[in-house]
Design a protein around this ligand. Structure first.
Ligand code: NI
Length: 258
């Protein structure tokens, strides 16, 4: 059994074959998926898919790349989904992305802070996107995220940052990038972390692991991330699958009988 804890199955990349893509995931043992939104429209799509498929759970939020689209009405909608939708299990994906010049760091920070505060207030986990913004991301969590819990999705931090996030109680999501031969630092972290803090994810349609690297990604391929973690930690792959499912259910508060 597998839990793909971060997959954009609502993405337009699956417009033509969404059903078939999900059927492949189910037949490869993916029993749980967490589909995050990146703005109000894609959050609404994630919520709709959580109604349609028992295996799919949703997160709602404004991604840093979409920070300029944030409005107070949008934040109210996010709050309402969290309060009324039982399969909305997190605020996400939210955070900071300094890879591109726009939106400005200031706008990204405002939108992230707003959602960090909401996660604390509503006592819901947060699914964090942090790209080339480690220092500011951790600063904001320290300042506004007292008692917050959640996941650093597609983790890319340093060993030092990892220590701090472990102390704060965070979980770490590993994607297909962990499988890439040149991801030496990432492999080291994946091998050293406490097993109960590790999640596996595809971030599909992006970050496709070998042997499908270069093609469109999909949840059926999360098994290759599980296999890599098993190899790095010299564990049985079935055990990695079992533990990462338990971890995902624990952090997102998913009940046993679904
Ligand atoms: Ni993502």
């Amino acid at each position: 059994m597998l839990f793909d804890t971060h997959c954009h199955v609502n993405d337009e990349a699956y417009e033509k074959d969404r059903e078939a893509m999900l059927a492949r995931a189910f037949s490869e043992g993916v029993q749980y998926m967490m589909c995050p939104g990146t703005d109000i429209k894609t959050s609404a799509e994630a919520v709709a898919m959580s109604h349609q498929y028992k295996q799919i759970y949703a997160a709602v939020g404004i991604h840093p790349e979409d920070a300029a689209s944030a409005t107070s009405e949008g934040f109210e909608q996010i709050r309402k989904w969290i309060q009324t939708e039982s399969k909305v299990v997190a605020i996400g994906e939210v955070g900071l992305d300094y890879h591109w010049p726009e939106p400005s760091h200031e706008i990204q920070q405002q939108v992230f802070i707003e959602q960090v505060k909401m996660a604390v207030e509503l006592d819901v986990p947060i699914d964090i996107h942090d790209r080339e913004a480690h220092g500011d991301t951790v600063d904001i969590l320290r300042q506004y995220g007292k008692g917050i819990r959640g996941v650093f999705h597609c983790y890319s931090g340093s060993l030092e940052m990892t220590e701090e996030l472990l102390d704060m109680g965070f979980y770490f999501g590993f994607t297909g990038t962990t499988v890439f031969p040149n991801s030496k630092k990432l492999k080291k972290i994946a091998a050293a972390l406490p097993m109960e803090r590790i999640l596996i994810e595809t971030d599909c349609p992006y970050l496709t692991p070998p042997p499908y690297r270069g093609k469109r990604n999909e949840p059926a391929y999360v098994q290759y991330v599980a296999a890599e973690i098993a190899k790095l930690r010299q564990m049985d792959v079935a055990e990695v699958q079992r533990i990462t499912v338990e971890n995902g259910k624990r952090i997102f508060g998913i009940p046993e009988d679904v």
